[in-house]
Ligand binder design. Sequence first.
Ligand code: ATP
Length: 265
Amino acid sequence: MAGSNAIQPVFERPPVIRVRGLVTRFGPQTVHDGLDLDVRAGEVLGVVGGSGTGKSVLLKEILGLMTPAAGRIELLGHDTASLSRSARAAVQTRTGVLFQNGALFSSMTVAENIMLPLREHTRLSPALIAEVARVKIAMAGLPPDAGAKSPAQLSGGMVKRAGLARALALDPDILFLDEPTAGLDPIGAAAFDTLIQSLQRSLGLTVFMVTHDLDSLTTICDRIAVLVDKRIRVARLEDHLADPHPWIHDYFHGPRGRAARRASE
Ligand SMILES: Nc1ncnc2c1ncn2[C@@H]1O[C@H](COP(=O)(O)OP(=O)(O)OP(=O)(O)O)[C@@H](O)[C@H]1O
């Protein structure tokens, strides 16, 4: 349950995502080869890696949107491969996802987009559903009048917030974010990071965040998962800084990595 682990240190908590021996192939291309990963309840995990290393595919496999060639994925204690359709849907309601472009339905208002999962997965009355949507709009830092607007009427940053409000609609335990700050200016990106951090703390969320944004990694992530050599190395930033792997070294010690660390210090 979100928030129930508040006093237990993160490193002692059980994993809410457990991946073992994951293999992903597309034709002759092997993207993941024996990848293992544990994500603990209540942590903010940043997921980085070079372009095409399989970050988005990993996210989709954990969510059950893609099927790996081999390996085992447990989400909130359930083996995703052996779930019935209804059990899979029940687990999915405990996760919220913000895709890169917000993935809102353009023909609906922001409020209608947020109400959709509530209509599909709860038996709340229409009045209560509308009230929950208003609360989520406020939680995502949007003004109340944003609910009546269509996604096309919003700025890029507001679309991200609307997508976040929808991801939070069902009070998920785990929030998946796919490059949440991509396309935002530095001030908008920093504001979004602060929002994610305050929501994570107040709601006790586990956050799985695919990102290229070194500022997000240094400011809000508890641990960083780096996809290299078709597997994942998870560590805290300090430990990655001492990793001699060429990609990891160049990534964290390059000019942008140094600037992000200086800014967070
Ligand atoms: N449906 C698919 N069919 C075939 N190949 C795919 C498919 N989805 C992804 N791939 C390939 O798998 C690899 C990993 O893709 P993925 O989108 O996960 O990369 P990524 O690490 O998220 O990259 P980026 O940082 O550029 O977004 C890429 O080479 C991509 O072309």
